[in-house]
Design a protein around this ligand. Structure first.
Ligand code: AHG
Ligand code: MN
Ligand code: MN
Length: 335
């Protein structure tokens, strides 16, 4: 017997009133993401059996090698989002520029833009370790009737109307927020139905897990090095446990449930950080704050950053409130 009988579809309808714009619109958008998530899940689940593992032979705009599943997931989410009269533009990690989506009569009357990392944690695809999808949704700011412009995508994270992620793990979950808390839904694969399994998800205020690629230690800023040493110190409830999957979505999901911090800082190898502001950090930061956690670039709130480029990178400190505050206190010593 499933823990909850409420399906994602029912939940969306029950909570439409929370959406300050026309209620059916967001429902339709989340529904298209729900559908795409099921299709990608189906593929990811049998990845070892079909010719979908490995590199595609192409690189994306960021010079990263694209995996076959990166492209598959990108295509699935694109077609699911395009086939509704809701979305006017989409930006994806796997596409250099944003794409414009026209309405039924080739008009430009659709109202929402979506930014997406179709498959997060690519390096884990071939080894049967959890991967994810991250999405961020805004209302367009340019007038209806006009094609979307770059400004519609370069909005601050604080303007998001919804955001979420899917984690394709030991079970597949869809977690999202529309600004009224965070709810998680687990897929029953036999029925193809998501059920509300994690209502009102909240970050523990404190935690004892830290997640950072310590292989880059010698390239980290001094504040980050000092914080790592603090986590390892033998005092009170320390040393903390170190856990790093290498799929930000999966690392984040674990930390939100158990209490922890995820850091992808600047380094001498990647001076701006690695993670992308618009379709990785902003949606995760929105969820973090809705769950009572904190998300910053080490100094400033992620959701307040004015984006200047579609594929902009940013350092990311995210997790349990008191752990992020502590990490920031080390960063402040080296402004
Ligand atoms: P993506 O697969 O979408 O390119 O993202 C990978 C990201 C993120 O998921 C992960 O936490 C991080 O890259 C891991 O990077 P390192 O291997 O440098 O630690
Ligand atoms: Mn990613
Ligand atoms: Mn990706």
């Amino acid at each position: 017997m499933d823990k909850s009988h409420k399906t994602l579809g029912e939940f969306i309808i029950d909570n439409q009133k929370h959406f300050k714009y026309s209620s059916g619109e967001l429902s339709s958008l989340i529904n298209s993401i729900r559908l795409a998530a099921k299709i990608v899940n189906h593929k990811v689940n049998k990845a070892g059996l079909i010719d979908i593992l490995g590199a595609s032979g192409d690189t994306n705009i960021q010079g990263e090698e694209q995996q076959k599943l990166d492209i598959y997931a990108h295509d699935v989410f694109m077609s699911a989002l395009i086939n509704r009269e809701i979305v006017c533009g989409i930006a994806s990690e796997e596409e250099d520029d944003f794409i414009t989506v026209k309405g039924k009569h080739h008009n430009n009357d659709n109202k929402y833009v979506v930014l997406i990392d179709p498959l997060d944690g690519s390096s884990n695809i071939d080894v049967n370790v959890s991967v994810g999808t991250v999405f961020s949704i805004y209302r367009r700011i340019t007038p209806l009737g006009m094609p979307v412009k770059i400004e519609d995508f370069l909005q601050k994270g604080s303007e998001q109307v919804a955001a979420g992620y899917i984690v394709y793990g030991t079970s597949t979950m869809l977690v999202y927020t529309t600004g009224y808390g965070v709810n998680g839904f687990t897929l029953n694969p036999a029925l193809g139905t998501f059920y509300l399994s994690h209502p009102n998800m909240e970050f523990p205020k404190d935690g004892n897990i830290f997640s950072i690629n310590e292989g880059n230690y010698s390239h980290f800023p001094q504040g980050v090095k000092d914080y790592i040493k603090y986590c390892q110190a033998e005092e009170n409830d320390r040393p903390y446990s170190f856990r790093y999957i290498g799929s930000m979505v999966s690392d984040f999901h674990r930390n939100m449930i158990k209490g922890g911090i995820y850091i992808y800082p600047t380094s001498s190898k990647s001076p701006k950080g690695k993670l992308r502001l618009l379709y990785e950090c902003n949606p995760i930061a929105f969820i973090t704050e809705q769950a009572g956690g904190k998300a910053t670039d080490g100094f400033n709130r992620i959701l307040d950053i004015q984006p200047t480029e579609l594929h902009q990178r940013v350092p990311f400190f995210c997790g349990s409130l008191n752990m992020v505050k502590k990490a920031e206190s080390f960063m402040k010593k080296y402004p």
